[in-house]
Ligand binder design. Structure first.
Ligand code: PLP
Length: 385
């Protein structure tokens, strides 16, 4: 049975071109990129090329890119460690209520380092409420961190406006662009951000590698100490295979951005239209636009999302719920909760994310499988519709 993968927000299949670069870095250019000899320098060239590719992807300069182990590290660095390097701008961090757990926990780390934190509200469509955001900025703020697109709903945040407001209030700005990169155009200068986090595996690159963009002149303290790599800011032997793979993924993300977005959108839209018209009571969670072309979050009244996920998995379809299991109980997604969605509805929410792994007829196949599973689940454990 060929499985259908509709969980591209969780991760993406590594592109064959990326695998070639990783293999090249492991089999041929396997030197230490810090070594002065020829083997070291050929590995170094791969790292340098990748830095240029990532810079190009986000409209930055190569020297503004720091390689990391992924977005979790980048966000922990820029946000969690900020109290150690952002000085003279107050001791307050403003973020949004819908950040990824790595953003929420990094805010917690900033708090543990003595900062005060505030989370601006989002509206019922999951978009940052700029009124609440402006209020939060009324108190002197050192750093703002607002994600560019939400991982659960795909909602694109008004980062450009928020960054302008932050700048006027004297604050620096970080954005977690992990979901947005490769799905929509991202330019650090157009957005006006000072820091940006990304992860390679969300756009067909390898897992365990990412980057932090830091605007020239913006403060930064080392994340790892013990070597001169990444200009002394992130010590440790270069992960040449991962970085080379990230570089190729970045090149491809630039080259195929529109094609990939159109492809993901056509599959997502067909599925969305089918689910909303065929299944009684279904509604979209989050706003229709502005939204990433890949993301679809649907409310299935009377259906336990975890049970639907399992039923679809058995039918060969990979999807996701936004809820988190902790100590044996299922907690509703903090993102949907922040949008004012009641617990019962949040526990009936399913995320479908399309991408390169899908072919056109899959939206129809998934639709039929969901219709069947929902009918069965509603019959077996009827909840109030
Ligand atoms: N930020 C967002 C918005 C994400 O969706 C993710 C991954 O799901 C991350 C950060 C963390 O990325 P990684 O696990 O690759 O470090």
């Amino acid at each position: 049975m060929r499985r259908i993968y509709l969980d591209h927000a969780a991760t993406t299949r590594t592109a064959p071109e990326v695998i070639d670069a990783v293999v090249q870095a492991m089999q041929v250019d396997w030197g230490n990129a810090s070594s002065s000899h020829a083997q070291g320098q050929s590995a170094r060239r791969m790292v340098d090329a990748a830095r240029i590719a990532v810079a190009t992807l986000v409209g930055a300069r190569p020297e503004e890119i720091y390689f990391t182990s992924g977005a979790t590290e980048s966000v922990n660095w820029a946000v969690g460690l900020a109290p150690e390097f952002i000085q003279g701008r107050g001791d307050r961090l403003v973020s949004s209520a819908i950040e990824h757990p790595c953003g929420l926990e990094s805010a917690g780390r900033a708090q543990a380092r003595g900062w005060i934190t505030a989370a601006a509200r989002v509206d019922s469509g999951g978009i940052l409420d700029l009124g609440s955001f402006q209020e939060a900025l009324a108190v002197k703020t050192a750093l703002v961190s607002v994600m560019l697109a939400n991982n659960e709903t795909g909602t694109i945040q008004p980062v450009k406006e928020a960054a302008r407001m932050a700048r006027e209030a004297g604050a620096l700005f970080h954005t977690d662009a992990t979901q947005a990169i490769g799905r929509t155009r991202v330019d650090v200068n157009e957005l006006g951000v000072d820091y940006l986090s990304l992860s390679a595996h969300k756009f067909y690159g390898p897992k365990g590698v990412g980057a932090l963009y830091v605007r020239k002149g913006a403060p930064l303290e080392p994340f790892m100490r013990g070597g001169e790599q990444e200009r002394g800011k992130r010590a440790g032997t270069f992960n040449v295979p991962g970085i080379a793979g990230l570089g190729v993924a970045a090149d491809m993300a630039v080259e195929f951005l529109d094609k990939r977005a159109d492809h993901a959108r056509s599959i997502r839209d067909a599925l969305e239209q089918g689910l909303l018209s065929r299944i009684t009571g279904t509604e979209l969670n989050g706003c229709r636009e502005p939204r990433l072309p890949s993301h679809l979050n649907i409310y299935f009244p009377g259906v336990d999302a975890e049970a639907l996920l399992m039923a679809l998995d058995v039918a060969g379809i990979a999807v996701s719920t936004g809820s988190a299991c902790s100590s044996g109980t299922t907690e509703p997604s903090h993102v949907l909760t922040a949008m004012g969605i009641p617990r019962a509805r949040a526990l009936s929410a399913m995320r479908f994310t399309s991408g390169e792994d899908n072919v056109a007829e899959e939206s129809g196949l998934v639709l039929e499988a969901v219709v069947t599973a929902v009918e069965r689940l509603r019959r077996s454990s009827p909840r109030a519709l």
